[in-house]
Design a binder for this molecule. Structure first.
Ligand SMILES: [Zn+2]
Ligand SMILES: [Zn+2]
Ligand SMILES: [Zn+2]
Length: 148
């Protein structure tokens, strides 16, 4: 399946000097098609059906690399375990992520009002803030409907 996303992600791999391999594309597509966050183990369990010799360390390494170049984002889930989710925002655009704790859906959003907070926090702490991260947890539209 070739989508506009495929092309974008291939470009990103190339730009970061990572070879475009069937395994790498299968990992990216798995995230794209599901739109959820997964543990490396989840990804491995799914992909080893197709790539028999695929090892879990390869998955770990690729997920880390993908996070570094902005294809994936690392998410802290249950019991402080780390998960990964796809990042669909245009690269370089400031944004954050929200995850559904029930179905594990992940979404990007580019609303951020940190600048106002920044001044207040800097005034109070005397620090100069150079970076901020936050990520939100909640219940998505679909899961909210089912809860009623
Ligand atoms: Zn993102
Ligand atoms: Zn949900
Ligand atoms: Zn922000």
């Amino acid at each position: 399946m070739i989508s506009i996303y495929d092309m974008e992600y291939k470009e990103l791999l190339k730009k970061n000097k990572l070879k475009i391999t069937p395994k790498r594309m299968a990992i990216i597509n798995y995230f794209l098609q599901n739109n959820k966050y997964f543990t490396p183990y989840d990804v491995w369990t799914h992909l080893k059906k197709k790539f028999i010799k695929l090892g879990l360390p390869t998955i770990y390494r690729n997920l880390e690399e993908f996070e570094r170049i902005g294809i994936l984002t690392k998410v802290e889930g249950k019991e402080n375990r780390y998960y990964y989710g796809i990042c669909k925002m245009k690269k370089g655009k400031h944004h954050h992520h929200i995850i559904c704790t029930l179905c594990h859906e992940i979404k990007d959003f580019d609303i951020c009002d940190f600048d106002k907070l920044k001044e207040q926090i800097e005034a109070k702490t005397g620090f100069e803030i150079t970076e901020h991260r936050f990520f939100l947890k909640g219940v998505c539209k679909n899961c909210k409907k089912m809860e009623v």
